[in-house]
Design a protein around this ligand. Structure first.
Ligand code: ADP
Ligand code: MG
Length: 221
């Protein structure tokens, strides 16, 4: 469960203040797959990074699974991110000198609660990654790298999955496959999944669609 209570995020720009996220109170429940659409610069990424405790709000509070992040020290925030949040960013953020498989072995060292090896094999199969599991990121296509990033975000069993344009580098077939997997994971394992996207093909898979306009989030019909 992810709860925003009167959250505001503002940035200083010279003598001006930009309110990237205006006063927002909202709750997302377990098992929900949410899409956020909206033009560039409207505050979508800022909202998502606050939801994932990568940034703290200027005002208000965020609760993740009933725990308030206000007043958490940076170490606590880092632990919260490691245990509860799976990020899928626009760029895949893979470690350049590790093979696909080694990326996961590294994660296993920092976090004990990860998928079983058989589950990971199954996920590789679903994402068409089995054949490239011994290759380096530089040997992968953009789409393959992004699918590895998606597998990494699921591998650590987070309760909240946050994705910023996760399918930007994928063709239709792979974009829909990825979306199906995210939706399946969200429902079967009762996660909360929030996806920022421009892609109308994806919003059809989501339980609700919100639009961000100048820092204001509104539910679409
Ligand atoms: P989106 O993801 O919808 O394109 P962002 O959340 O990236 O929008 O940005 C929303 C607004 O906040 C923009 O005006 C952007 O310039 C501003 N902004 C975002 N992050 C920062 C920052 N770290 N410092 C200053 N301004 C920022
Ligand atoms: Mg953005």
């Amino acid at each position: 469960m992810l709860k925003f209570e009167n959250v505001i995020k503002s940035f200083k720009d010279g003598d001006q203040t930009i309110e990237a996220v205006k006063n927002t109170s909202i709750t997302f429940n377990k098992g929900e797959c949410i899409a956020i659409i909206g033009p560039s610069g409207s505050g979508k990424s800022t909202f998502l990074t606050i939801a994932g405790a990568l940034q703290t709000p200027t005002e208000g509070d965020v609760q993740i699974n009933g725990k308030s992040i206000s007043g958490m020290k940076s170490k606590e925030l880092a632990n919260l991110r490691l245990n509860e949040i799976g990020f899928i960013l626009q760029t895949s953020n893979l470690v350049p000198f590790l093979s696909v498989k080694q990326q996961f072995q590294l994660l296993k060292k920092s976090k004990k609660d990860v998928m079983a090896d058989s589950e990971l094999d199954e996920l590789f199969e679903k994402l068409s990654l089995t054949k490239v599991r011994n290759q380096l990121p530089s040997e992968l296509s953009g789409g393959q790298k992004q699918r590895v990033a998606i597998a990494k975000s699921l591998y650590t069993n987070p309760s909240i999955i946050l994705a910023d344009e996760p399918t930007a580098s994928l063709d239709t077939e792979n974009a829909l496959k990825v979306m199906q997997i995210l939706k399946e994971e969200t429902e079967q394992r009762m996660k909360t999944c929030i996806i920022v996207t421009h892609d109308e093909r994806l919003t059809e898979y989501c339980d609700a669609v919100y639009k961000m306009t100048d820092g204001i989030l509104e539910k679409q019909d």
